[in-house]
Design a protein around this ligand. Structure first.
Ligand code: ADP
Ligand code: ADP
Length: 238
């Protein structure tokens, strides 16, 4: 069973004469441990697809399953719980809480889930230490987002998305606001965590270099899935 599956997914924004068809009849699956990049021109539906797959946006027609669970059939409360337990999300604009320190931002999903954890105690302590080390944030934990560089902020956001060891991580242009070196660090982090934890990563990007980190590329145009490329390289996706 795929980690994530969309079947005949259609999404229309608005109704009547002003309705915008953002996705039309998209069927695609994402295997456990697979790192997929979603590419396509601006306005082709990449963000909409990611948001529908992650249960952050409602679907007009069709089905979205995460580990076999049909998202469109869940109550808001059940969907929130499923997102919390199984999904991590990395946004282009980081979406960190400005009043919290880096460490507090990273721990937020665990706090929301009501679990206790900290660098010195709790069942997740080793994992947390590991995450902080591989993200290179050791000396930055007490800083607030405004005191961190863009690359550091995105590494905090990645650590937050990974802290609860979700089965699926969605990333929407995670390197879109970063210079190429910080971008490479974030992509290295994401791809290492797929290999290490067997996570499924679905990343929207328009950067061929970023797509080169993925196992395959799914190409959208005008809201339809038009091509898939296995083992992409920056040359084959340009
Ligand atoms: P991409 O991520 O590939 O740039 P989007 O998924 O953002 O594409 O957008 C797909 C289409 O849906 C575009 O025509 C866009 O204008 C439209 N769209 C996206 N979000 C909304 C919204 N909230 N309301 C109305 N139309 C939207
Ligand atoms: P609710 O909208 O029911 O309060 P959440 O508290 O789960 O649900 O989500 C609030 C916002 O946090 C969402 O609109 C989304 O932008 C973001 N979000 C949702 N799920 C995640 C996640 N797994 N990781 C990071 N951010 C998320």
């Amino acid at each position: 069973q795929p980690a994530v599956a969309a079947t005949n997914l259609t999404k229309t924004y608005g109704t009547g004469p002003t309705a915008v068809p953002a996705l039309t009849d998209v069927s695609v699956t994402f295997g456990a441990g697979e790192f997929t990049a979603i590419m396509g021109p601006s306005g082709s539906g990449k963000s909409t697809l990611l948001h529908c797959l992650a249960g952050l946006d409602t679907v007009t027609h069709g089905s979205v399953r995460i580990a076999g669970v049909e998202l469109t059939a869940l109550s808001d409360r059940a969907l929130t719980r499923l997102r919390r337990d199984r999904i991590g999300f990395v946004f282009q604009s980081f979406n960190l809480l400005p009043t919290l320190t880096a460490e507090q931002n990273i721990l937020l999903p665990l706090e929301l889930a009501g679990r206790r954890a900290g660098p010195t105690a709790g069942p997740d302590a080793d994992w947390l230490r590991h995450l902080i080390r591989v993200t290179g944030l050791t000396g930055r934990l007490r800083h607030r987002p405004a005191e961190l560089s863009g690359g550091q902020q995105q590494r905090v956001a990645c650590a937050r998305a990974l802290v609860s060891r979700p089965a699926v991580v969605f990333a929407d242009e995670p390197t879109g606001n970063l210079d190429s070196r910080s971008g490479a660090e974030v992509l290295g982090l994401l791809s290492a965590s797929v290999r290490e934890l067997g996570q499924t990563i679905v990343m929207v990007t328009h950067d061929p270099v970023a797509a080169g980190y993925a196992d395959r590329v799914v190409l959208l145009a005008d809201g339809r899935l038009v091509d898939e490329i296995a083992r992409p390289t920056p040359d084959t996706v340009l």
